[in-house]
Design a protein around this ligand. Structure first.
Ligand code: SAM
Length: 281
């Protein structure tokens, strides 16, 4: 196991809060993350934010190939030391939000997994970017703030159910893997974390529905959470047929006019978007 304090001292590293630099120091948690991702020698693993490589090294022991994208150039030298012994690891100094994921994974025809202790300041954009990307991932394993995991795995009708829950469930079968105490990191973050496992859905839920339109509907529906769906979505200027058309569709679906977004399942959102997309006669 890499000695975090030793490496930080040796390279005179000051961890940057704004980059979400809370490094994992608990070998048991690292082992459990790798186990959750079921990493084996056929896998290509993309790691976002390797830090000084504590998780990367364990991934490299099991995977066929690991590509780790790290934004902080000060970590390149320490990473060269901690990962120097592995022939199957490539470290790229880049911002994951600016990285061409398709180019990164091109040429690999085996299983593709993404494993990351995500930087907290940019969790949702990174997750959405990956979910919506065209790379053929089969499994995503993320450690994030535990409240975000609660939103990712939330079921309709619960307080945590949100646009993120719908997006996650649209693309995957999400499962809370385990909780992680704040004491497992240097420096200690102000929040507790959890690991979530997203398994790609075997079938597209809505091949016939425009994805962009679907998520426009979802975002508008949750945008004003306390309002009924009729008021939150029905008043959107881009909605063909407006409130009247929405009322009709809800009726066809057997849903009451005062229903709120949080009561609708992913399948119901898909159906709603499909019907709303159709041109009104
Ligand atoms: N994987 C290490 C571990 O578990 O100890 C570090 C995890 S730390 C929570 C997040 C890492 O992501 C940091 O090393 C940070 O510099 C890096 N990072 C932050 N923003 C990034 C971005 N936009 N693209 C790539 N890496 C980023």
């Amino acid at each position: 196991m890499i000695n975090t304090n030793e490496i930080l001292k040796k390279y005179g590293l000051r961890l940057t809060k704004t980059l979400g630099q809370n490094f994992l120091t608990d070998a048991n948690i690292i082992r459990k993350i790798v186990e959750t991702a079921e990493v084996n020698e056929n896998d290509f693993v993309l790691e976002i934010g390797p830090g000084i490589g504590a998780l990367t090294a364990r991934l490299a022991e099991k995977a066929g190939k690991v590509v780790a994208v790290e934004i902080d150039r000060h970590l390149m030298e320490p990473l060269a030391e901690t990962l120097g012994g592995f022939g199957n690891v490539q470290v790229i100094n880049a911002d994951i939000m600016e990285t061409d994921l398709t180019a990164l994974t091109a040429g690999w025809d085996g299983p593709l997994k993404v494993v990351s202790n995500l930087p907290y300041y940019i969790t949702t954009p990174i997750i959405m970017n990956l979910l919506e990307s065209d790379i053929p991932w089969e499994l995503l394993v993320f450690m994030v703030q535990k409240e975000v995991v609660a939103r990712m795995v939330a079921m309709p009708g619960t307080k945590d159910y949100s646009a993120l829950s719908v997006a996650v469930r649209y693309y995957s079968e999400p499962r809370l893997a385990f909780h992680v105490s704040r004491n497992c990191f240097i420096p200690k973050p102000e929040v507790d974390s959890a690991v979530v496992k997203l398994k790609k859905r075997s079938q597209d839920l809505a091949e016939d529905v425009d994805r962009e339109f679907l998520f426009r509907v979802v975002r508008a529906s949750f945008g004003q959470r306390r309002k009924t769906l009729l008021n939150a979505l029905g008043n959107q200027p881009w909605l063909d047929g407006g409130k009247e058309r929405l009322r009709e569709v809800l009726q066809e679906m057997g849903l009451s006019g005062d229903i709120r977004a949080e009561a609708l399942s992913v399948e119901q959102f898909v159906h709603l978007a499909r019907q709303l997309c159709k041109k009104t006669p």
